[in-house]
Design a protein around this ligand. Structure first.
Ligand code: MG
Length: 261
């Protein structure tokens, strides 16, 4: 495999699988650290804050990581709002960590139908009243930004509807199309590369989901690695659409030790 200076790793299905540890992935991260290579963890999940992910990766999995190496669709969305919609009032349909991120960024939270922008992520407590307020804001002309459009979220008891299902509800009601920040949009990958201060040809995007991780990397113009420890299988790959640069069974299969750097 070509040597890259920076690696972006998806979390669930790539770095671990739910509550199950993936020693091949953990070893891989330790090897990146030992070689002095840059790496960043990226997730579409906007319900967990950086601190919570940091506790999981750094303390529970004992991976070498700092909070600045964790990038979520919630952070990417808030950075996008700061850059392009800094003076708009924002209705947040999402969980506490998304609202906190908006507040901490100094953006103007407006939980009424007069808000000028609706930011939506997964909200597992969502109710009809909240959906109504968001719909009315959109009907009143608010911009519609979503952290991610994941269809399902895996839980211990089975699949549950994810953020994209709420987006579909609001799009249907308002007929306003949402602007997506998370994967498969290239925005989140491009923003992560910028944070790593690397050129895109020096970065490899690693993920287990062909439709989100690999597509996002492909659209962002970086090389991609599909790892078969999560949701996608080799049969999911459609070479007429886009092809991962590499496919491997697990990250233990990656050997960059005998590479000329
Ligand atoms: Mg994944």
């Amino acid at each position: 495999m070509k040597s890259y200076r920076g690696y972006i790793l998806d979390l669930d299905g790539t770095t671990y699988v739910g509550k199950q540890r993936l020693t091949s992935a953990e070893d891989f991260v330790h090897r990146l650290k030992a070689k002095g290579l840059a790496y960043m963890f990226m997730t579409n999940n906007a319900t967990r804050g950086v601190e919570e992910i940091y506790q999981h990766l750094g303390h529970y999995l004992e991976l070498p990581v700092s909070p600045s190496q964790i990038y979520t669709s919630a952070i990417a969305a808030v950075e996008y709002l700061k850059e392009f919609h800094n003076n708009k009032s924002i209705f947040v349909l999402g969980e506490a960590s998304l609202k906190d991120a908006v507040r901490k960024a100094g953006l103007d939270l407006d939980m009424s139908e007069n808000a000028q922008l609706v930011l939506q992520g997964l909200d597992r407590q969502v109710n009809y009243e909240t959906l109504t307020t968001a719909t009315r804001a959109l009907l009143n002309g608010a911009e519609f930004i979503v952290t991610n459009r994941d269809q399902l979220i895996p839980t211990e008891t089975g699949s549950s509807p994810s953020s994209g299902a709420i987006t579909a509800f609001l799009e249907e009601a308002s007929q306003v199309k949402a602007h997506l920040i998370g994967k498969p949009s290239p925005s989140i990958v491009e923003a992560a590369i910028k944070k790593m201060k690397l050129a895109k040809e020096d970065v490899l995007m690693i993920g287990d989901n062909y439709k989100t991780d690999i597509q996002a990397g492909h659209l962002a113009g970086v090389d991609t690695l599909l790892v078969l420890t999560g949701v996608s299988t080799e049969a999911d790959v459609d070479p007429t659409r886009y092809q991962p640069t590499y496919i491997c069974s697990d990250l233990g299969a990656i050997d960059f030790d005998n590479e000329a750097n």
